[in-house]
Design a protein around this ligand. Structure first.
Ligand SMILES: [Zn+2]
Length: 314
């Protein structure tokens, strides 16, 4: 997709709720928006690339006049397989993306009038997936790293690695531990090669795991913390995350779903200065199209510690 075309779509996206409701009040309008993002507004055949396609009555299914192949507007995206109106999906994305403290599945079900709690829960998780952009940029400059423990009771707590640019973006990663293999992997994936690191001096942060990045390690006692916290951004992030998990979700987050909650919290924090809620919604809708589908079965039975570590053995 050309950059200019993308910019025009961004500029034209509704900025407020009244604008949003006026613009996406019909299925046709929602479909048109998705078609613009997906195909520059010009649907074409997935098999032979012919632009000579005609739309079925459903409005989301296109049939190729050359080869007969059918292409769906939503197949292969996070909207895949939905039988509900796109209009309702757009409303759901608005609700989830714009609220500063997020929303629970029960509230989403109530607001949208969805029959089943499971539907609201599945939608919420799909929308959270859409809060992570593919090919996102690595953290730059000075990056603080720390560990935190959230959820569960006592030994059941889960480890979260907190990575934060100083006065910049944050990444929250559900990690199987803070041993060297794990730190090394996260640093490689999430932090630019020329960034510098600040840590609490844990032995796993070393020249090997940080791959020779400049490193300032500092063990802080209570006295020093009062004078100025070496890892302040990380500590603020952890406090915010814990408040949110307890407040909006009553702390009831299963370990296997923790990463998606971390993604949501980071999404909101990293866009704290974004002007107008419409931008957050536009980004989520764009990502809904960019990601591969997730079924309820996949969501519920996802047993991996975290998508970042899938397929990696320690
Ligand atoms: Zn074709």
């Amino acid at each position: 997709m050309s950059h200019d075309y993308q910019n025009a779509l961004w500029r034209g996206f509704p900025k407020t709720l009244p604008e949003f409701e006026a613009r996406f009040g019909t299925e046709e309008a929602c479909r048109a928006h998705l078609a613009q993002w997906r195909w520059n507004g010009e649907p074409h055949c997935k098999r032979c690339a012919s632009p000579n396609v005609w739309c079925e009555r459903s409005g989301t299914l296109y049939e190729c006049a050359e080869c007969g192949h059918q292409t769906s507007l939503t197949s292969g995206t996070l909207f895949h397989g939905t039988r509900k109106p796109l209009k309702l999906w757009f409303q759901a994305i608005w609700e989830v993306a714009v609220h500063r403290t997020g929303i629970s599945a029960a509230d989403l079900q109530r607001i949208l009038g969805l029959g089943a709690y499971e539907t609201a829960w599945t939608w919420l998780h799909r929308i959270r997936r859409a809060m992570v952009s593919e090919n996102r940029e690595k953290l730059k400059g000075c990056v603080q790293i720390d560990e935190a423990f959230v959820g569960g009771k006592g030994s059941e707590k889960e480890m979260v690695l907190v990575l934060s640019e100083e006065y910049g973006r944050v990444r929250l990663i559900h990690a199987p531990g803070n041993h060297e293999a794990c730190i090394s992997h996260v640093v490689k994936e999430e932090i630019a090669a020329d960034a510098s690191i600040k840590s609490d001096g844990h032995a796993a942060y070393n020249i090997t795991t940080l791959d020779k990045r400049e490193h300032e390690a500092k063990v802080q006692n209570k006295e020093e913390l009062r004078e100025g916290d070496h890892l302040q951004q990380c500590h603020w992030s952890v406090a915010r995350l814990k408040r949110w998990l307890l407040g909006t979700h009553n702390g009831a987050v299963r370990p296997k779903h923790l990463q998606s909650y971390l993604d949501e919290d980071a999404f909101r924090y990293n866009r704290r200065n974004t002007k107008g809620p419409g931008r957050l919604v536009a980004r989520c809708i764009e990502n809904m199209l960019a990601h591969t589908p997730t079924t309820m079965r996949q969501l519920i039975h996802n047993t991996g510690e975290c998508r970042l570590f899938s397929g990696i053995s320690y």
